[in-house]
Structure formats: structure tokens, C-alpha cells
Design a protein around this ligand. Structure first.
Ligand code: NA7
Length: 555
């Protein structure tokens, strides 16, 4: 059974796809960076460029983070590649060529490997090394991290670049250990693939991962059984190869594109529509939705009007449009009825971007099991039993999502100034100042973590903004001869209240989603994303810097 995405059993010098990953010599540093995905690589590069010594740890055998592990067939980004890429180096933009509108996992991973090589980042990173504990040493004003190899490292600052979606969540099905076939989670897909040809395959989960994977598996498997708990709103991605002309235009227009993205709430080069859905007649709305549907991509429908995520009626118009589209895509009205989402506003659980997802259920070898009508009872040696029937399977795939935001943070035993565990400070849900720092844990910073806008924006743009800001702050501290900084409790509380107030103004709290912890049993229910948008967030951060970082106490 494959359950753990990151088994750091390899030695530091590893052959990865035929090349060696070099490992740093153990030594103390100014900053420890945990994780070498988009966030970790960005942090390492900018910190080193600013003259800080860095020691980074990555549990996996290479760079990539989420894009290293989520290599299931069909895995693809739902943000356009031209936006979902670093903006800090024009040379990189010109050197790298994106081939598709929405790149697939192998191309994104290749990009991150290219970035690591171009900026010579690997020499700062210890691969195959999982950080298991981090303790703040108050008198020394430094962090001591312990790795699973038993080694310690010490640095003044510690950056958690551990990813919001990196700890998988498996369904708690009685008897799962009795299942005789292989079980795979989408985020731990074996590098050499999973043989499904001629086999009976079951997929649990119909979020973004399931929606991408299911059409691909359906083409190969003898029989595909999809176990659906909550039907997803999904829109066509309309992914395609970029033409030579488009690539040229993209490369010529990067600076302008980045400038637009920086001023946009979503961190993408598209400004939001500033028009209420109420301003249009039903026929105008329909035509507008249709036009955007043809363009495809996740913001096409939920971004069609300014009030779709705050106004119940406007949201229903958008949802009904997509529901009609689903019915039109599925041949059997009975199957379509099961696939049509209801009970939560569109967009409040992440809208999926698909390539023929709903049409997949028109295939004779694909069966949909509605777990709301017939819940799972148990796994057996031969498959899954629901209250309706036994489903015989040779392979089981869990596309069941992640212990989002806090999973990877709590996987490290983090102790702050007075030895207090972060799990204790966050017992009622994560508490952060700007999503960047947490009171009682000096010199510890989070990138793209809870309390930041990251996952509801173009996360790469969010990462760059946060890393730039943090590196500037570390420079300012160095300039003032300060050794320690910690978020003040009132600043943290104020940020938490602002985040909740932003959420309450929207329809987001009406869904059980990974944004509010509802997808993880026993997790406190609290909205964990700043909804003010990236441009506003960046302005807030910049104002705070201009005012001399009043939300932090320094010494
Ligand atoms: P998601 O979006 O969290 O989706 C997980 C899916 O698995 C979702 O349909 C869940 O149903 C389902 N699920 C989870 N646990 C169970 C159990 N126990 N039984 C049945 N079904 C279950 O994860 P993804 O990997 O698809 O996508 C995560 C993000 O990655 C995505 O938003 C993009 O940002 C990229 P539920 O809705 O909870 O009823």
C-alpha cells in the first residue's frame, strides 16, 4: 500500500532520473528553509542573493515539492503556465518555453529542475532529509532543527516552505488493510506508473485530482468504478498546445503581463470583471457565461461577475449554468443527476478544470457509485462494499485530498520560545500574523501558509511576494543589528479577525472544504485563507514595512 509520499530513505547523493543531486555539507546557516518546491526554491534563491547563508532540507529526492509527488496521469495545473512561473528573472522567462496553456506535471517539474540548475540551488539543499523537529533556543535566538537522520542544524531563522497540500489524507474505510490489490494515493503515484490496463480500477474522490485522473484511467482500465461523495463543479480547461506565435508574444510581453498580475487580486494577468450579475438580463448573463465557457479555465465562470462569490442569487445563476452544462454532457439523465453538484455555492469548494470528465461517464466501462445514496461499509479482499453492493476491484486509487495547511506543519514537532508546541498554540486552528509569522515563535516564517491569500490566488505569485517581503525584512533586521523578531499577539489576533471577517462577507463558509478544514475529520473548522486578494495583501504588507514592522517585537 502506498500511503506516504515522502520516504526519506535514500542517502544524500542520489541518482534522480539519471543525474546526481548534490548535498550540502552540514554547517550552520543564517536561515534554514524546509521544503524545496516552488516556495523553498524561491526562498533559497532570494536569500542567497541577499547574502544570507542558507541550509535547506527536502524530504524528497529532488526539487519540486507538490509537483514532484503529484505525478498521477492527467496531473496538470489549473493556472496558466505563463502566470504559474517565477517572474523574478527575465532571463529565465526567455530561456524557458512553456508548451501548453496549462502545463502538465512533468513540464512543471522539469521547469523547477531547470530553475534549480540555472541558479545553482541544489548545493544549498539536503535531499532525502525530512525535518522532524524544530526548537527555538531563546538565549541563542536561533532555531535548531532535527532531521530524520538524527542530525541537527542551527540557524537564526527558519522558513517553513512545506506546502499547503503536501500531507495526503486516506479514507478511513474499515478493512482497508484486507484489500488484496495495490492502493495508491494520487499524491504518491509511483514514478514508473501504475499498471491499470485490463484491470478493474476504483477511484475514491472527485476533487481536482480525481477529475483529472478519471478520464485518463477510463481509457486504459477494463472497468473503472468512481466512488463519489460530493459531486464537483467542473469546467472545461480547454488546455492546448501554445502556438509558435503565442510563445513569441508571451516572451515579448512578460513584463507587461507580470505588471498586470501584480495588480490583480488573483495574481494572474487578468483583471477581475467589475460588473454585478444583477446588471445583466437573464439572456445577457447566459451569453456572457457561454462566451467565458468557451474560453475555459477555472475563473471562467466564477470570475464572470464581481458578485458571484458574495451574492446567493448571483451564485445560483452561475451554478445553474454549469449544472445545465453537466446535464448536457452526460448521456444518461440518471447518471447526470448524480453528477450534478448541489448543497454548496459554486466556487466555495475549488472548481475543477477538466478534459472530458463528465463525458467519461458515457463510456460503457465506467460506473459511478454515489456514496451519499450508498455509503461505503467496508473494504474486502476483492474490493469495496457499499450499502448497495460489492464492487470488485484489482486496484484502488484514493484521490481523497490532503490534510491542508496544517498537516505538513504539524508533521514537524515545532517548539517556540518557551518550549510551547505550535500544535498547542494552533489548537483551535492556525493563528498567524499576515500568514507569515505566529506569536510565541520568534524568527519562524511561513510561506504560502494558512492566513495568507496563496491558495486562492496564483500561488507562485503569492510565494514571490511573500519571499520578497521576508527577505527585505531580514535585510532590515540585519541592518538594525536585530537578532530576533516575533509577531505580537494583538497583531496576530487582529489579522485573524480580519481574515474571518473577509470570509464572512463571502459565501465560502457555506461549504465543507479544505479551505476551512472540513475535509479533515477532527480538524477545527476555521476559514484559513485571506480572501482580500494578492494585490491588497501585498499593499498591506508593504504598508507594514513602511511603518517599521509594528506588528513585530524585535530585540
Ligand atoms: P480534494 O479537492 O480535497 O478532493 C478530495 C476528494 O475526495 C473529494 O471529492 C472528497 O469528497 C473525496 N473524499 C475525501 N475523503 C473521502 C472519503 N473518506 N470517502 C469518500 N470520498 C472522500 O483533493 P484533490 O487532491 O482532488 O485536490 C486538492 C487540491 O489540489 C485542489 O483543490 C487543487 O488546488 C489542487 P468531499 O468533497 O470531501 O465530500
Amino acid at each position: 500500500m502506498t500511503t506516504e509520499p515522502t520516504q526519506p530513505t535514500q542517502s544524500p547523493a542520489l541518482a534522480i532520473d539519471g543525474r546526481a543531486a548534490r548535498s550540502a555539507e552540514p554547517r550552520d546557516a543564517d536561515v534554514i528553509v524546509i521544503g524545496a518546491g516552488f516556495a523553498g526554491l524561491c526562498a533559497v534563491h532570494h536569500l542567497v542573493a541577499a547574502g544570507f547563508s542558507v541550509r535547506a532540507f527536502e524530504a524528497g529526492p529532488d526539487v519540486g515539492g507538490t509537483w514532484f509527488w503529484n505525478r498521477y496521469p492527467g496531473a496538470r495545473c489549473d493556472v496558466e503556465s505563463a502566470d504559474y512561473s517565477y517572474s523574478f528573472d527575465p532571463g529565465l522567462e526567455q530561456q524557458w518555453t512553456w508548451t501548453e496553456r496549462f502545463s502538465a506535471q512533468p513540464e512543471i517539474l522539469a521547469y523547477l529542475r531547470h530553475v534549480a540548475d540555472r541558479f545553482d540551488l541544489r548545493r544549498h539543499i539536503e535531499f532525502g532529509t525530512r525535518v522532524v523537529a524544530a526548537r527555538y533556543d531563546d538565549p541563542a535566538a536561533s532555531w535548531r532543527v532535527t532531521t530524520d537522520s538524527g542530525h541537527d542544524a542551527r540557524a537564526s531563522f527558519c522558513f517553513l516552505a512545506t506546502g499547503s497540500l503536501s500531507v495526503p489524507q486516506l479514507p478511513d474505510i474499515p478493512g482497508l488493510e484486507d484489500f488484496a490489490g495495490p492502493i495508491h494515493h494520487t499524491c504518491a503515484w509511483p514514478a514508473d506508473g501504475v499498471p491499470v490496463r485490463g484491470r478493474r480500477v476504483g477511484v475514491i474522490g472527485t476533487g481536482s485530482s480525481g477529475v483529472q485522473l478519471i478520464p485518463v484511467l477510463a481509457e486504459q482500465a477494463r472497468q473503472l468504478t468512481v466512488f463519489q461523495r460530493t459531486p464537483a463543479f467542473s469546467v472545461p480547461a480547454r488546455n492546448r498546445q501554445l502556438t509558435v506565435d503565442e510563445i513569441r508574444e508571451l516572451k515579448q510581453g512578460y513584463r507587461q503581463r507580470r505588471a498586470i498580475a501584480r495588480g490583480a487580486p488573483g495574481g494572474i494577468a487578468r483583471l477581475p470583471v467589475d460588473r454585478s450579475a444583477h446588471a445583466d438580463s437573464p439572456a445577457e448573463r447566459r451569453a456572457h457565461f457561454e462566451a467565458r465557457w468557451r474560453v475555459g479555465g477555472t475563473p471562467s465562470i466564477t470570475g464572470a461577475y464581481s458578485d458571484l462569490l458574495i451574492d446567493v442569487e448571483a451564485n445560483r445563476w452561475a451554478a445553474d449554468f454549469v449544472r445545465d452544462k453537466i446535464r448536457a454532457r452526460v448521456a444518461s439523465p440518471k447518471v447526470a443527476a448524480k453528477l450534478v453538484p448541489s448543497g454548496f455555492p459554486i466556487g466555495t469548494k475549488r472548481v475543477c478544470a477538466d478534459a472530458g470528465y463528465f463525458e467519461t461517464f458515457n463510456r460503457p466501462n465506467v460506473k459511478l457509485v454515489d456514496l451519499r445514496a450508498t455509503p461505503l461499509v467496508t473494504a474486502t479482499a476483492h474490493g469495496l462494499r457499499t450499502t448497495g453492493s460489492d464492487h470488485v476491484l484489482d486496484v484502488l486509487v484514493c484521490a481523497t485530498g490532503f490534510d491542508a495547511f496544517t498537516g505538513a506543519v504539524f508533521a514537524i514537532d515545532i517548539r517556540g520560545a518557551d518550549g510551547r508546541a505550535l500544535g498547542e498554540h494552533w489548537a483551535a486552528g492556525p493563528r498567524t500574523y499576515l500568514g507569515l509569522a505566529t506569536a510565541g515563535f520568534p524568527n519562524l516564517f511561513l510561506i504560502a501558509g494558512p492566513g495568507s491569500p496563496a491558495v486562492l490566488t496564483n500561488v507562485v505569485a503569492s510565494i514571490e511576494q511573500q519571499v520578497d517581503w521576508l527577505v527585505d525584512y531580514l535585510r532590515a533586521l540585519r541592518g538594525r543589528g536585530r537578532r530576533e523578531t516575533v509577531a505580537r499577539e494583538p497583531a496576530e489576533a487582529e489579522w485573524g479577525a480580519r481574515l474571518q471577517a473577509e470570509a464572512q462577507r463571502t459565501l465560502y463558509p457555506r461549504a465543507a472544504s479544505w479551505y476551512n478544514g472540513a475535509n479533515t475529520p477532527s480538524k477545527p473548522r476555521q476559514f484559513m485563507v485571506f480572501l482580500g486578494g494578492l494585490a491588497t495583501y501585498a499593499r498591506i504588507c508593504d504598508d507594514i514595512a513602511r511603518q517599521g514592522y509594528p506588528g513585530f517585537r524585535e530585540r
